[in-house]
Design a binder for this molecule. Sequence first.
Ligand code: SAM
Length: 289
Amino acid sequence: MEKLSNPQNTIAVIQKYEFAFQKKFGQNFLIDGHVLDKIIAAADITKEDFVLEIGPGIGTMTQYLSEAAGRVLAVEIDKMLIPILHETLAGYENVEILNEDILKVDIAALVEEKNGGKPIKVVANLPYYITTPIIMGLLEQHVPVKSITVMVQKEVAQRMQAQPGSKDYGALSLAVQYYCEPYIAANVPPNCFIPRPKVGSAVIRLTAHREPPVKTEHEKLMFALIRASFNQRRKTLANGLSNAPELTFTKEEITGAIEKLGVPAGVRGETLALEQFAQLANILGGKRT
Ligand code: SAM
């Protein structure tokens, strides 16, 4: 099968199968070979790699991944795409296609089954309506990954790599940066897809840390503190943490912990770095939650 990155081939496949794009599945297919080359290069795919592709669509990126990787497992929710994938990927022997909803798949179990539990690389042009649950699922469930290289909405890429004090900084920035080192590899305009998305896109690579950059024995509490701080963005940290239903510290315990942290009493959570959230979790972690 010829390369689908040639837009004429993509159009021919879509016409042949009378494929109707499903908005509810976030279907925007890539039609730009340069962008595909950039994704493969950013993900640094070699024949040693087992790659999980989330949402292969008609198989455009899967063809590139198949050529670069050892093995590719492509998980696609839309059953109408499965016969198309069997045609476009005929001859790409190292590709396996699964017709599943990625949010319902136990990915860690799948990695155990398919790759003996060894770390994989995730590469995807993600459906934008579920970018955050997919990324958070991979991170929080401790799926063994070397890296996650994904096309996402540009604003989401900026949030993932935002630093304290910036308007994009939030719970997603902290979660991503606790587990990974983010790097934006490319900005991608709407005309690289059919149909064209209404938003700009970016390719971001998240490289898994060998060790978390901060140390806490109270990881769950740290993420509860982070969520509480950003749920009530306009409030001071002390008020945000006191009012959070998830936490049951007294106001005195919270103000005491903030004082111990050495930041001003009226500080806002959005100015705290990951290191400071870890310290706060360590201070409060000795007390009851
Ligand atoms: N990889 C293709 C490309 O680059 O041209 C298609 C990318 S398109 C942005 C997103 C793909 O994810 C679509 O094929 C869509 O059907 C699929 N998808 C959407 N929700 C999904 C889910 N929950 N699980 C698996 N695949 C999903």
